[in-house]
Write a protein that binds this ligand. Structure first.
Ligand code: B12
Length: 225
């Protein structure tokens, strides 16, 4: 039963049928399926399929765009049902997608998860230059800068931001956490990031571990895979 609805959501997102996808997502919620399963097993599965087929030139950008829009509609529909964890304030996070990169679905999911689990989140949107993260993080007295990248050409800016902090002798000013399709724990370690996680749910555990460890930024990588 649950598998059936999830498969139908996957098909609707794949086809870019946003109204149908939202209707099914609402049915799934009523049937007791968790928002996380709806997003991961329904929506993300469809986007992964579209991504692979796009790579093989079997589908084209308009199909991927429609799939992305349907996915966003599903996320909006199920967000109110997401489990809110402890609401005690844990820290302030500035989040955005790296320069040159317009992918915002994963970044927004991470932002929502952190916001519903005790973090004060400022979302700078997409195509965010390094200066902007730093400027807002300083103005807001943030604890964590979170950078998402889906394009290999944009992941470089994660390293740029960390190197900028080092060159200003301010590496300990912010924790810098990274994630997104092409990012791995190895890469996060290589560039000297403080945190990496494979998913939005794990991003909360990662951020909690960083805050609780009481270490200074730049000392160790916390990775949740
Ligand atoms: C949807 C999509 C689009 C949509 C984006 C819509 C939107 N509003 O975001 C559109 C159609 C606009 C698009 C455009 C392009 N895309 Co595109 N796209 C995708 C696709 C299919 C899905 C991405 C997605 O949303 N996944 C679902 C989310 C939930 O997953 P996620 O982002 O990985 O996020 C999760 C984790 O990574 C993690 N996470 C994410 N960010 C962060 C941050 C932190 C701090 C942490 C801790 C964790 C974390 O948590 C998230 C939730 O669990 C991917 C393929 C894929 N499977 O990833 C290609 C893909 C990313 N796109 C690709 C390409 C090439 C492009 C274009 C260049 C195509 C073109 N020729 O124009 C343009 C680029 C535009 C630009 N300048 O950014 C390539 C990238 C290849 C590469 N190596 O760089 C991919 C991999 C497809 C492919 N296989 O070729 N795309």
């Amino acid at each position: 039963m649950a598998e059936d609805i999830l498969l139908k959501i996957r098909e609707a997102v794949y086809e870019g049928e946003d109204e149908e996808a939202v209707k099914l997502a609402e049915e799934a919620i009523k049937a007791g399926i968790s928002p996380t399963d709806i997003i991961d097993k329904g929506g993300v599965a469809a986007l992964d399929q579209l991504g692979e087929e796009f790579d093989r030139l079997e589908v084209f950008l308009p199909e991927v765009m429609l799939g992305g829009d349907a996915m966003k509609a599903v996320i909006n529909a199920v967000t109110p049902y997401m489990d809110a964890g402890s609401s005690a304030f844990k820290g302030k996070v500035i989040i955005g997608t790296a320069k040159g990169d317009l992918h915002d679905i994963g970044k927004s999911l991470v932002g929502t998860q952190l916001a519903t689990h005790g973090y004060d989140v400022v979302d700078l949107g997409v195509d965010v230059p390094t200066n902007k993260y730093l400027e807002v993080a300083r103005a807001e007295k943030a604890d964590i800068i979170a950078i998402s990248a889906l394009l290999t050409t944009s992941q470089y800016y994660m390293e740029e931001l960390i190197n900028r902090l080092k060159s200003e002798n301010k590496r300990d000013e912010f924790f810098v956490v990274v994630g997104g399709g092409p990012i791995s724990a190895e890469y996060a370690g290589q560039i000297g990031a403080d945190g990496y996680s494979r998913s939005a749910q794990l991003a909360v555990q990662m951020a909690d571990a960083i805050v609780e460890a009481g270490k200074k930024p730049g000392e160790a990588l916390v990775s949740k895979v």
